[in-house]
Ligand binder design. Structure first.
Ligand SMILES: [Zn+2]
Length: 357
């Protein structure tokens, strides 16, 4: 059976950071075994049953996969349950797309183009919120970041800016940029001076915050453009730079301040709408005009090890309640999981052929 050359899906129309890719492997020997031995189906029946399988969102995206699903970074993976080699293994690629104004049109256009036969593609939907989406984005950024590579701070800053201001062509802006600094001249936006990118203080503060969040679990404190910072250093910087005042955080206690700042970042999944506080920025709720129509060349979407969204969400739940009367409520976000079943369908056919011959 000839394997048609696969057409890569093009997510070029989606703003950076709004699509996360997951890959999970499934062992067809295990599946057939389950259907024919445990469920006592004839191979023919098992084949048509197996062909219809689409794993659940959790099976497609969580780390703790169970038989017949598993995860492997290996070039030549083997089934961890039965030892089967590559030709028995099929891959599901899953693309999680954040719903919303900036992605809806692109998503509809993409889905329209996809072949319909045999359920080669399946879309699963799940309700989520901006907070979960923010931490998912942060985790993906962390997984794609090599903290031993000195350029990661600039790279993480760029990822953050791409997500915060999707209308800007950051590829162009970052061309030749070697360092990022806090500007003492401008109060909004950014400017370039030779190979240095100067950010308005609040953008710089948020970049540092993101870097802290990404790296804090790897080191004592976090690594940032301002050097290695403990939580206390970080809060102090955010206070002295005027960032806390800008976003209206008046708490004094360190843990509370940190929660409020993270709440602020996670309050919307569309960062181009992030409220920047007392009259300084665009008002909350202002639509991100045109953000969906500008073509953004994206490069964040890398293959990432799968991770558990549910886990990190749970861990945060308790803390969110501390925020108090003016607690920022996370926005509802719909997530669309586009499952690419092409590899699976092809493998099922070839495996069935060898099974019955
Ligand atoms: Zn197996």
């Amino acid at each position: 059976m000839s394997t048609a050359k696969k057409r890569e899906l093009d997510f070029g129309e989606f703003p950076s950071g709004t699509v996360t890719e997951y890959t999970t492997l499934v062992c067809l020997a295990c599946i057939f075994d389950i259907f024919t031995k445990q469920l006592r189906m004839a191979p023919r029946t098992a084949f048509s049953e197996v062909k219809r399988q689409t794993p659940s969102i959790d099976e497609l995206t969580s780390r703790g996969a169970v038989r017949p699903y598993f995860d492997s970074e290996d070039k030549n993976p083997h089934c961890p349950y039965c030892g089967s080699a590559k030709r028995w293994l099929a891959r599901f690629d899953t693309f999680c797309i954040e719903g919303g104004k900036t992605t809806d049109a692109a998503r509809r256009a993409l889905l329209k183009q996809l072949p319909k036969a045999d359920d080669q593609f399946v879309v699963l939907e799940r309700k989520s919120d901006s907070r979960a989406v923010f931490f998912e984005w942060l985790d993906t950024l962390g997984l794609n970041t090599d903290l031993h590579d000195d350029t990661w701070l600039v790279e993480a800053t760029r990822r953050y800016l791409e997500r915060r201001q999707p209308k800007t062509n950051w590829d162009e802006v970052f061309q030749g940029i070697r360092a990022v600094r806090r500007s003492s001249r401008i109060t909004e936006g950014w400017e370039i001076d030779r190979d240095r990118l100067f950010l308005a203080p609040h953008l710089h503060s948020e970049a540092i915050l993101i870097q802290y969040l990404v790296s804090r679990s790897h080191a004592h404190g976090g690594m940032t453009l301002d050097g290695r910072l403990t939580l206390m250093d970080l809060i102090r910087r955010l206070r002295y730079s005027g960032y806390l005042e800008r976003i209206g955080v008046t708490e004094q206690e360190m843990g509370e301040v940190f929660e409020r700042v993270v709440d602020h970042l996670a309050a919307t999944h569309d960062w181009s709408r992030v409220r920047t506080g007392s009259g300084a920025g665009p008002p909350r709720g202002q639509p991100a005009r045109g953000a969906g129509s500008d073509r953004i060349k994206r490069s964040t979407r890398k293959k990432t090890p799968r991770k558990s969204a549910a886990k990190s969400k749970k861990a945060r739940k308790g803390k969110a309640e501390v925020a108090g009367p003016d607690e920022i409520v996370a926005e509802a976000v719909k997530l669309y999981y586009l499952v690419d079943r092409r590899d699976f369908l092809e493998k099922v056919k070839s495996v069935y052929a060898s099974y019955t011959s």
